[in-house]
Design a protein around this ligand. Structure first.
Ligand code: ATP
Length: 373
């Protein structure tokens, strides 16, 4: 099974730098999710890997062989596009079997394999339909079945689940993960949906403005975001801007517009009094409501525990969770509880607590500053 990598891959469209110096490496059999906001260059990167776009600069390697100038059919890769590209005059079964025909399988074998994939995609009953008679989501599943049916060792998937409803999408994510662990094909899966990337990816590569910002296993990227962009992009978090009011022996004291300053234990840093600091207070680190045992446990085990009083300004029901927006001084922080465990009403005063060691901090340029753990 081949791996895949790029060296300094770059694409300009006139003055626009769509992909900027991307060096990316996917191990053989690994599934990498390329994640990033709309327009950050994900699809263009994938198209260069597939040979559908030629790079302005840099190279593509499949199994350490340079394939930069080679046409798509010479690259041993199979791609699924957002826009599917199904043959309208062929049946669903023929569409799925098409790639196998190109690979030289006889009719009986390719139909058998195509039917297997249609079953996985819950599309068996449509094998004789023609694509224009199907919904967008159904067409997308046919395109996915077609690509997975081929034995291409490299799979390039561009938002393959974007047209599915929530239930089917989640089901297909699990299905894709299972198919991947079964066949172990080297896969790049482009998405702008972070839940999808976290569900499916062995690794996640995050792009912004044409650049590859960080690559790593999902948990590592989430727990250790390289900069403020990633923290904001990945998590719904309380990201507040403050200023350093004092440099102390183990870190800094910062004013983040709450009624009290916060003390942040930092490892190496170059902050000085007056500098800007960005502090991410993730909702999951906040314990609230002084009546709960949760708060007590935070208080009991952390020398750096911090506590502040706020007022619940708003409640938002989000499925099984309630989100509380709590005014604390001049800022508003959100926290969540399950509906069943929800315990406070709008207008109530609550006590919020967190451990300073659980904060995530960035300097004025957005680069991460390591908090002492
Ligand atoms: P999305 O998630 O919205 O599909 P993306 O991350 O896949 O976005 P790309 O489609 O790679 O982003 O586009 C990157 C940038 O390059 C965008 O600004 C886009 O407008 C531009 N771009 C893409 N293809 C072309 C093209 N053929 N000609 C000119 N500009 C292009």
């Amino acid at each position: 099974m081949p791996g895949l990598h790029t060296e300094n891959l770059t694409k300009h469209f006139g003055d626009l730098v769509a992909v900027d110096d991307v060096s990316l490496s996917v191990e053989a059999g690994e599934l990498l999710c390329l994640l990033g906001p709309s327009g950050c260059g994900k699809s263009t990167t994938l198209r260069m890997l597939a040979g559908l776009e030629s790079p302005t600069d840099g190279d593509v390697y499949i199994n350490d062989e340079q394939v930069t100038g080679q046409p798509p059919y010479r690259r041993n890769s199979s791609m699924v596009f957002q826009e599917w590209a199904l043959f309208p005059h062929k049946s669903v079964l023929e569409n799925v079997a098409f790639g196998l025909k190109m690979q030289g399988l006889d009719k009986a074998k390719r139909h058998e394999k195509a039917r297997e994939m249609l079953e996985v995609m819950e599309m068996s009953e449509f094998e004789n339909s023609s694509p224009p008679d199907l919904s967008g989501g159904q067409q997308q599943r046919v395109a996915l079945a077609r690509s997975l049916a081929t034995e291409s060792p490299v799979l390039l998937l561009d938002e393959p689940l974007s047209n599915l409803d929530k239930r089917l999408k989640e089901q297909m994510q699990i299905e894709l993960k299972e198919i991947h662990s079964q066949f172990q094909r080297t896969t790049i899966h482009v998405t702008h949906d972070q839940d999808e990337a976290f569900t499916i990816g062995d690794k996640i590569g995050i792009m912004n403005e044409g650049r590859l910002v960080q690559v790593g296993p999902p948990r590592e990227v989430y727990n250790n975001p390289k900069n403020k962009f990633i923290e904001e992009f990945l998590g719904e978090t309380n990201l507040v801007e403050g200023s350093v009011t004092q440099v102390v022996s183990d870190g800094v004291v910062a004013d983040i517009d709450m009624q009290e300053s916060i003390r942040i234990p930092l490892q190496d840093h170059n902050l000085a009094t007056g500098d800007t600091i960005h502090v991410s207070i993730r909702p999951e680190i906040i314990a609230f409501n002084a009546a709960t045992a949760e708060v007590d446990s935070v208080r009991a085990d952390g020398s750096h525990s911090f506590s502040v009083t706020g007022t619940v300004e708003n409640l938002l029901y989000r499925g099984s969770a309630v989100r509380y927006y709590i005014d604390v001084g001049d800022i508003s922080l959100f926290v969540e509880q399950t509906v069943r465990g929800s315990s406070v009403d709008e207008g109530s005063n609550v006590e919020l607590q967190w451990k300073a060691t659980d904060l995530v901090c960035f300097d004025q340029t957005g680069e991460k500053i390591q908090v002492e753990s």
